[in-house]
Ligand binder design. Sequence first.
Ligand SMILES: [Zn+2]
Length: 115
Amino acid sequence: MKHLITFAASFDASHQVGSEWPYCSEHVHGHEWGVYIDFHFDPMNPVYPSKDLDGLIGELAERHLNDMIRPASPTPLGLAGWLMERLLPLYKVDYVEVSYGGWGATVRADDVRRK
Ligand SMILES: [Zn+2]
């Protein structure tokens, strides 16, 4: 039986995007970002990544994403990939979803491993 646990968090951060993400203005502005991360969870060997996740989210909160996740694009897709690349070596992450205001993107573990 496959077990999944979901980590959900939200934080405020600013970003500035160009034409690669046409759902925002081109000026610096902020959003409340939502992050959902699904992990495979082994009940026989439980690993709770909450401390690392709180740390990662804490690094981004109240900051300017363009500076924090460079060279990744400061979009939901770019941030999802940035989080996935940091978490995959440590945990059995299934997918990372990042969204704000109804717009979002999902990166699956297989998408990153194939690179
Ligand atoms: Zn925006």
